[in-house]
Design a protein around this ligand. Structure first.
Ligand SMILES: [Zn+2]
Length: 177
């Protein structure tokens, strides 16, 4: 079966930087719903469209097609007292400017010093050209329910816990000054 809109694709991937240094290797296969559901990068969908199980390809994706250019405006320094007592570098918070609550980003704590906390709202892979080695393992037709939900169900896919797990808030929210 070929990869077309509304098929479920199972693949293994290796993610490297543009110099070929390994960043991440999938320990479990990644599964996504193909067809513009934003389950994966559009460039990956583009590379795999029309292909079948067994297909292997390596693609290079520029920052603008991956996790964006590095934006120094997304680095913020905030007073320590905005944060919970337990705080360490690497913790993540969702934060939005006071005047624009819709413009929320996930910020990672990158430094804590002198009563201040440095937050970086860039994706850890922002500004990087990335190389994906992709290996298609399985292609199947999506169920009607998966198409309606816009994501894959079942093993390695999306699991529903309770009534309302979609985009459950995994980050504590803070308000930027
Ligand atoms: Zn679902």
């Amino acid at each position: 079966m070929n990869i077309t809109k509304d098929t479920v694709v199972t693949l293994r991937y290796q993610l490297s930087d543009a110099q070929g240094n390994l960043i991440e290797e999938s320990s479990e296969p990644m599964v996504y719903l193909h067809g513009g559901y934003q389950n994966t990068l559009p460039k990956i969908e583009e590379a795999l469209g029309g292909k079948a199980a067994g297909y292997q390809v390596t693609i290079q994706v520029e920052p603008e097609d991956a996790f964006g250019e590095y934006d120094s405006e997304l680095v913020k320094i905030e007073p320590r007292n905005l944060f919970p007592e337990e705080l360490e570098v690497g913790m993540q918070f969702e934060a939005a400017p006071d005047d624009d609550p819709a413009d929320a980003h996930v910020f990672t704590v990158t430094d804590i010093a002198d009563g201040k906390v440095v937050l970086d709202g860039n994706h850890p892979l922002a500004g990087m050209a990335l190389r994906f080695a992709l290996n298609v393992i399985e292609v199947r037709k999506a169920s009607d329910e998966e198409i309606a939900h816009g994501h894959v169900h079942g093993p390695h896919g999306h699991h529903h816990h309770g009534d309302d797990d979609e985009d459950s808030d995994q980050f504590r929210s803070i308000q930027l000054q």
